[in-house]
Design a protein around this ligand. Sequence first.
Ligand code: NAP
Length: 289
Amino acid sequence: MPAEIIDGKQIAGRVRIGVARDVEAFAQEFGGARPGLATILVGDDPGSAIYVAGKQKACKEVGMQGFNFPLAADTPRADVVELIERLNVDPDVSGILLQLPVPEPLDGVELTGMIDPLKDVDGLTPISAGLLAQGREGLRPCTPQGVMTLIDAAGAQLEGAEAVVIGRSNLFGKPMAQLLLGANATVTMCHSRTRDLAAVCRRADVLVAAVGRARMVKADWVKPGATVIDVGMNRTEDGLAGDVDLHGVKEVARAITPVPGGVGPMTIAFLLRNTLQAARMQRSGVAVG
Ligand code: NAP
């Protein structure tokens, strides 16, 4: 029987409805105050501009405030730093997102690290990464959180299961592995030097692919009955393709995410959830780090 196709669009829609409801509760609790997301977009990359516009639109749809700061590609480092520092202390701003990548010579990792961890809605500062590694409260990266929700929605058990993550980026692979470990899976991380990748993948009850290579994961890499999550977004001649060969793998897996319409919609949904969580953390006076 072909795999269940996990409908990320629908599941993300449910997350957004929950956030909108919780934003109203927040506003009632705090005299009409609403969580606010500040986005910083440096340069004129059209893809990044579309992402940021989508994030701002999503904010408005759930009743949050959105503030966008478009900066010219040649903005000096000092000006970006000054903006981040200003937003760090602005009480209307609950979350700050620096859209990556930033144009050279700016250093996206360095600048992201200057965001107050209580406002780090991308979960990418060293403090947020450290809190996740230690299993302590903090803001988690959006896409891995979205993947956890999809795995849960697909009914896959993680406790004691073999989970394999292909990709070890700071943006996705490492936090993904940490969240799976936190859910008591036995986690293997793979990368470009992994020997016999197909054999490692075949062990997986839950296989998460985040490589950036179109349709790399084939049907014979997948254990029958596995849950397969495809994070890849690759532009090909015939449109957007994931890292998994959906056509072949759906005949072997129990459940699988499509591209598009799988993981993608979850990222913005969890950015909204993180912004609300950040606003609550700031109100409660919790200290992180
Ligand atoms: P990245 O930083 O380029 O990392 C890619 C990872 O894949 C690296 O760890 C690399 O290994 C590994 N890799 C490359 N070739 C490999 C191979 N032949 N065999 C095994 N591993 C290999 O990418 P990323 O930022 O994690 O993103 C990965 C993909 O997910 C991209 O397609 C991206 O667009 C997508 N993505 C989507 C979302 C979303 O919202 N849907 C969010 C984040 C990312 P090394 O470390 O050894 O180089």
